[in-house]
Write a protein that binds this ligand. Structure first.
Ligand code: F6P
Length: 329
């Protein structure tokens, strides 16, 4: 690995993993800031897969016009499993060098950051990560771009379902995304006045769920909302529904919100944080910083070593759970 810090003349920017609302705002910010610093910017389309295919185009100031409000990503994205292979990363490093791309901004989640770290360690590519995932599950940062929009989308959906729950006196199990993280479920639970939240890493306590529903019914509640955090795969809420019906004689409806949570126009918060992070990422590369992530800590934007952001976040769900049960009595 060549450890000499070269001045950056051109950077590539890519989105990787699941899209999240606000990625476009981050791309726009990287592009405009870098150009302002005299750096050429190349958009790498379809994440690491596109990098390997050489799907790369120069981006100008107007190529990112009118995108700050759009969900998805104009650069497209992919989950590139072959990037876990060293030979494939060598190929990627060759492509970057052939295209004279001196540094890389990777907008994505844990898996995308792991690929960026390897590329840096093995081939000395200066990389800066911008946390972009609705799951808010990256260690080293309190916030990932897209989380707020996903929570708002899920809250809006649950509010609508609550109308039916109330009109028909029904209990609904509503499953939200998160992929092993309960971050979305906990905020949605608080903001929708849910009776209960089933965490993604918890042994399911059916007695407690059934008890909470019955307790609510005894004191006159005619409907209940239970938020379920998805696990490795979605669909847990159907399993819980079967158990409640068959073993506790409680009729419930299950609803998996799914990809609706990933799309849509980013909230102001996601646009703001994405814009700040894109600006910081371009400046970081310009100043010679390598293998860092634009992170939010104690509400402030800071640069955190990429190595600290590769693990899933340790969740501390107790305060939210206590709040939910205190307000659901
Ligand atoms: O990581 C974001 C996420 O939306 C998770 O919450 C979810 O489990 C997963 O992606 C779904 O992935 P895919 O869109 O590839 O099915």
């Amino acid at each position: 690995m060549d450890t000499t810090v070269k001045s950056i003349k051109s950077v590539g920017v890519l989105c990787s993993g699941g899209d999240s609302p606000g990625m476009n705002a981050a791309v726009r910010s990287v592009v405009r800031t870098a150009i302002g610093l005299g750096i050429d910017v190349f958009g790498i389309y379809k994440g690491y897969s596109g990098l390997l295919e050489g799907n790369i185009q120069r981006l100008g100031l107007t190529s990112v016009s009118n995108i700050i409000q759009r969900g998805g990503t104009i650069l497209d994205t992919s989950r590139c499993l072959e990037f876990h292979t060293p030979e494939i990363r060598l190929e990627a490093a060759h492509i970057l060098s052939r295209k004279h791309i001196d540094g890389l901004v990777v907008i994505g989640g844990n898996g995308s950051f792991a690929g960026a770290m390897e590329l840096h360690i093995e081939h000395g590519v200066p990389v800066i990560g911008i946390p972009g995932t609705i799951d808010n599950d990256i260690s080293g940062t309190e916030y990932t771009i897209g989380f707020n929009t996903a929570v708002q989308t899920a809250v809006d959906a649950v509010d609508k379902i609550r109308d039916t729950a109330s009109a028909h006196a029904r209990t609904f199990l509503i499953e939200v995304m998160g992929h092993r993280s309960s971050s979305i479920a906990l905020q949605v639970g608080v903001c929708t006045g849910a009776e209960h939240v089933v965490l993604s890493n918890q042994v399911i306590n059916y007695d407690k769920i059934a008890g909470d529903i019955k307790k609510g019914a005894e004191r006159g509640k005619t409907s209940s909302i239970i938020i379920v955090a998805e696990r490795e795969k979605s669909g847990l809420s159907y399993q819980i529904k079967e158990v409640l019906m068959n073993q506790y004689a409680i009729a419930v409806h299950a609803c998996v919100l799914g990809h609706i949570q990933r799309g849509g126009s980013p909230t102001a918060l996601d646009r703001l944080i994405a814009s700040r992070m894109g600006y910081a990422a371009a400046h970081a590369l310009h100043q010679g910083l390598q293998a860092h992530v634009t992170a939010i800590n104690n509400g402030q934007l800071v640069m955190v070593p990429l190595a600290e952001c590769l693990e899933g976040k340790n969740e501390a769900p107790e305060p939210e759970l206590d709040l939910i049960s205190a307000l659901a009595i």
